[in-house]
Design a protein around this ligand. Structure first.
Ligand code: HEC
Length: 109
C-alpha cells in the first residue's frame, strides 16, 4: 500500500474515533435544566456522594436515603456541614443551587 493511502486511512480513523468519543457535553450544546443539574452534581458532588448519590466517600450521607426539604438542602449545600465543604462558590449562583437540589431529589427512591 502506498504511504498516502495509509495516511488518509489513519486520519479518517482518527476523525471517527474523535467524533464518537464519549457523550461529553460540548460547549454551546443546549442543555435541559435536568441535564444541567446532573452535570453540576457530577462535577461538584459525585466525588463524595457518587453519581448515584450512594457512594458515601469521606463520611458523605447516602442521598437516596435523605429526606431533607428544600430549605435544609439549600442550607447544607450553601454552608456545608462537618465533612461537607460549602459549595456555594463552586456552584456560583442560586439558580445552579436549585438545579442541583432538583437533581438530588430525583436520586431518591
Ligand atoms: C468533600 C466531600 C463532599 C462533597 C464534594 C459534597 N458533599 Fe454532601 N456531604 C458530605 C458529607 C461528609 C456529608 C455529611 C454531613 C453530616 O451530616 O455530617 C454530606 C451531606 C450531604 C447532604 C445531607 C444529607 C442528609 O440527609 O443529611 C446533602 C443533601 C448533600 N451532602 C448534598 C451535596 C451536594 C448537592 C453536593 C454538591 C453540590 C455535595 N453534597 C458535595 C460530603 C460531601
Amino acid at each position: 500500500m502506498d504511504l498516502k493511502i495509509i495516511y488518509i486511512c489513519s486520519s479518517l480513523l482518527l476523525l471517527v474515533s474523535c467524533s464518537s468519543s464519549g457523550d461529553n457535553v460540548k460547549p454551546g450544546t443546549p442543555e435541559t435544566p435536568e441535564v444541567a443539574g446532573e452535570n453540576l452534581f457530577i462535577m461538584h458532588c459525585a466525588a463524595c456522594h457518587g453519581d448515584d448519590g450512594k457512594l458515601g466517600a469521606s463520611g458523605a450521607k447516602d442521598l437516596t436515603a435523605s429526606r431533607l426539604g428544600d430549605a435544609a438542602l439549600t442550607k447544607i449545600i450553601t454552608e456545608g456541614k462537618n465533612g461537607m465543604p460549602p459549595m456555594k462558590e463552586l456552584l456560583g449562583n442560586n439558580e445552579n443551587i436549585q438545579l442541583v437540589i432538583n437533581h438530588v431529589k430525583k436520586l431518591r427512591h
